[in-house]
Design a protein around this ligand. Structure first.
Ligand code: NAD
Length: 257
């Protein structure tokens, strides 16, 4: 059988029980990776992992640094290396700055900003010793465009974008052999997006009708970008922001179906 594009690479994916993380887990496993699917949702995560050859599930809360320490150390002990980390766990709740409480701000940033910070920090700790590794951070077009009702989410994704570039610069300056890139999907058909659309439909049917007329991407398209960044094919790509949005950012979101 032909070698896969990420044959035998050890990949940790957070948020892997659903949506984009799940699609990435399937795609990397198809291409020969050994995938550790990490998610706070143990029931869905274990069920999905049982359907994917080459994947296992580990319950993990990205907001806890001690959980990250344990996960990374266990992966290196059990699999011998950590070659790829996809920070994909994320949550969103619609609110403008005017409606964003301190609690909501902290909740969204705990998963997105803190979770990605801890993940990058602990992955880098082992990847630099290996002299190789690929860290991939799931951002969003929200970090490029913002949006009136995604205040904390856009801020968190912008923080992740900045972290990504800073890590990439450090790694290239120090010659660590580690790459760090971000992916910026437009609207993708996942449970997160469906939930958002359902909420908009209840509060603002006119906007919901407009949203229904717009392009929505397939999680598999984002998974293919993850595959490229995880593989050695992208060895010269470092600190880049890979937009997967069928022009949404350059057409102000108006991409017809
Ligand atoms: N769907 C889109 O249109 C879209 C667009 C741009 C960016 N994104 C980003 O892609 C990522 C995945 O989104 P999705 O649409 O697949 O969402 P999703 O809700 O389908 O999946 C998110 C997963 O993250 C997990 N999670 C939440 N909190 C966690 C925690 N504390 N620790 C570990 N896991 C946790 C959830 O259990 C869930 O399985 C997110 O970072 C999101 O912001 C999504």
């Amino acid at each position: 059988m032909a070698e896969g594009r990420v044959q035998n690479k050890v990949a940790v994916i957070t948020g892997a029980a659903s949506g984009l993380g799940l699609a990435a887990a399937r795609r990397l496993a198809e291409e020969g990776a050994r995938v550790i699917m990490a998610d706070i949702n143990a029931e869905a995560g274990a069920a999905e992992a049982s359907q994917i050859t080459g994947a296992i599930f580990v319950q993990h809360d990205v907001t806890s640094e001690s959980s990250w320490q344990r996960l990374v150390d266990d992966v290196v002990k059990d699999f011998g290396s950590l070659d790829v980390l996809l920070n994909c766990a994320g949550i969103v709740q619609l609110a403008s700055i005017e409606d964003t409480s301190d609690e909501l701000w902290k909740k969204i940033n705990a998963v997105g900003t803190d979770g990605t910070f801890y993940g990058c920090k602990h992955a880098l700790r082992v990847m630099k010793q290996q002299g190789a590794g690929s860290i991939i951070n799931m951002c969003s077009t929200a970090s490029i465009q913002g949006g009136p009702f995604i205040f904390a989410y856009a801020a968190s994704k912008s923080a992740i974008r900045g972290m990504t570039k800073s890590i990439a610069c450090l790694c290239s300056q120090k010659g660590y052999g580690v790459r760090c890139n971000s992916i910026h999907p437009g609207n993708m058909a996942t449970p997160m997006l469906k939930n958002m659309y359902d909420i908009v439909r209840v509060h603002d049917p006119v906007t919901a009708d407009q949203m229904d007329a717009m392009w929505v991407g397939d999680p598999g398209d984002v998974a293919n970008m993850v595959l490229f960044l995880a593989s050695d094919e992208s060895r010269a790509v470092n600190g880049a922001e890979m937009v997967v949005d069928n022009t949404a950012t350059i057409t102000e979101g108006f991409v017809p179906k």
